[in-house]
Design a protein around this ligand. Structure first.
Ligand SMILES: NC(=O)c1ccc[n+]([C@@H]2O[C@H](COP(=O)([O-])OP(=O)(O)OC[C@H]3O[C@@H](n4cnc5c(N)ncnc54)[C@H](O)[C@@H]3O)[C@@H](O)[C@H]2O)c1
Length: 440
């Protein structure tokens, strides 16, 4: 593998060699081998797997042809919905034995298995609808960038379905049109973490037990290091707050809530990140968290942008000097511009302050888009996705730098995105490289 020290250079060279300008673009020369897009669903039940499959297969030109899951109960349940689909429990077998039967994959598995599965899919020239966050470890971003640079015809979409919500899209338009002047600060928060217990110490995991017969524990762990099974700790859905498998609330909900400012303000990689949270324990992500970032300025911001994330009991932020009449919802984002403030609840419409100044404001019209059908259409050669992996990668980079900063509370981590390195806290770099077990 090429060293991470020439990340951007490698990408420019490989993309140029293939005659394409951007990664993840759909250059339009791809034609699907069948009239319908044939899709393999990986991670078939869980919180989201069945919903992803239902949404994608509601497109008249998409069909689910295969199901893959490490849990035979989940597989049996999904097979009732799609009786004609082939089934397997190991994704490697799906690609080795059934690759001619499908054109695209949905990856709805726990975070630590996203990159290994998506990389395998891309190596087999399959389009990918991949759940968020894109990857779990920073170095996996470079691996994904390389895989895409090698196959730019592949169509990708991150599972941040809220990106096409009209309220969110209107907020992006408002910020881009400069109604608030340039953005000075952004604040994003969630006080409602997704399910999954927080663990601080190994002792809180309880006694190890045999995995249930329906679960293949080795396959569930995948590239993560082998360890004993603990009931109610990992599967299903509980892995989120564990550092080896999930990305905590920041990586989990951050993808949705960061997305608006990230997109609207055309941000790139942060200059630094600094966290306020409990000391690290080596087991679980912190249960409350404030992460501050500085981003380089863009056309839509002042010279630099200070951006703060709050979760758990630290959300919503408590010490902001808020305009009169503004109460913060449990989840959302706030943009402070030179000439006004915009509040965007996690789901809903933007409000502008001071209200008197914006009383004549007309909400921009935004077309309705179906996030899932957008991916199917793009795979079939029509249009583009709005959250392809060239967009999802940098967004995920910012989130994961915050996750690394959680392990060094109170220390500002200076970030060299070009070389994928923390420049001032060398021990942080051991958390950036991917660590896959060799016997998987
Ligand atoms: N976009 C959203 O709104 C949204 C909502 C929920 C979850 N998610 C994301 O979806 C992913 C899955 O989350 P979840 O809550 O459904 O998890 P979950 O643990 O509830 O379900 C995961 C499913 O994948 C299966 N699985 C696990 N490892 C597998 C592997 N290696 N190969 C095949 N199948 C495997 C499990 O058996 C289970 O059926 C996560 O990355 C999460 O962040 C996104």
């Amino acid at each position: 593998m090429t060293s991470t020290s020439n990340r951007r250079q490698f990408l420019q060279t490989s993309a140029a060699g293939l005659g394409v300008a951007t990664l993840g673009a759909n250059p339009g020369f791809w034609s699907a081998p069948s009239a319908k897009l044939r899709v393999l669903s990986i991670g078939v039940i869980g919180t989201i797997g069945a919903a992803d499959r239902r949404q994608i297969s509601s497109h008249p030109d998409a069909e689910i042809v295969g199901l893959c899951d490490v849990d035979s109960n989940a597989l049996a349940k999904a097979k009732e919905q799609v009786p004609e689909a082939f089934t397997c429990k190991d994704y490697r077998e799906a690609f080795a034995a059934h690759s001619d039967k499908f054109d695209a994959v949905i990856v709805s598995t726990p975070d630590h298995s996203h990159a290994p599965i998506m990389l395998t899919a891309m190596q087999h020239s399959k389009h990918v609808y991949g759940q968020k966050p894109l990857v779990q470890q920073l170095e996996e971003l470079v691996m994904m960038e390389r895989a895409l640079a090698a196959r730019p015809q592949l169509v990708t979409q991150l599972g941040n379905q809220r990106m096409v919500y009209p309220g969110r899209r209107a907020a992006v338009e408002i910020l881009r049109r400069g109604l608030l002047g340039k953005a000075i600060e952004a604040h994003c928060w969630t006080g409602s973490p997704n399910p999954g217990r927080y663990f601080n110490y190994e002792s809180q995991l309880g006694d190890p037990s045999s995995p249930p017969k329906h679960l293949d524990w080795n396959l569930w762990l995948g590239t993560a290091s082998m360890r004993p099974y603990h009931a109610s700790v990992y599967h299903p859905g509980n892995w989120r707050k564990l550092i080896d498998f999930g990305t905590g609330t920041l990586g989990d909900m951050g993808v949705h809530i960061f997305d608006t400012p990230y997109d609207a303000l055309a941000l790139t990689a942060p200059n630094w990140a600094e966290t306020t949270c409990r000391p690290p324990t080596g087991v679980g992500h912190p249960e409350r968290n404030i992460v501050q970032y500085e981003f380089p300025g863009t056309d839509f911001t002042t010279d630099t942008l200070i951006w703060t994330w709050y979760d758990g009991a630290d959300a919503p932020p408590k010490d902001l000097d808020l305009p009169a009449g503004l109460n913060l919802p449990g989840q959302g984002s706030l943009f402070i511009g030179e000439e006004g403030t915009l509040l965007l609840p996690h789901v809903g419409e933007a409000r502008l302050f001071p209200e008197e100044r914006f009383k004549d404001y007309q909400r921009p019209e935004v077309p309705n888009n179906n996030h899932y059908h957008q991916w199917v259409n793009a795979c079939l050669g029509e249009g583009k996705t709005s959250a392809d992996f060239s967009y999802a990668g940098p967004l995920t980079e910012a989130l994961l730098l915050g996750v690394v900063a959680n392990r060094f509370p109170g220390q500002r981590l200076e970030w060299d995105a070009e070389n994928l390195k923390v420049t001032n806290v060398p021990e942080a770099n051991s958390l950036i490289t991917h660590n896959y077990r060799e016997d998987f």
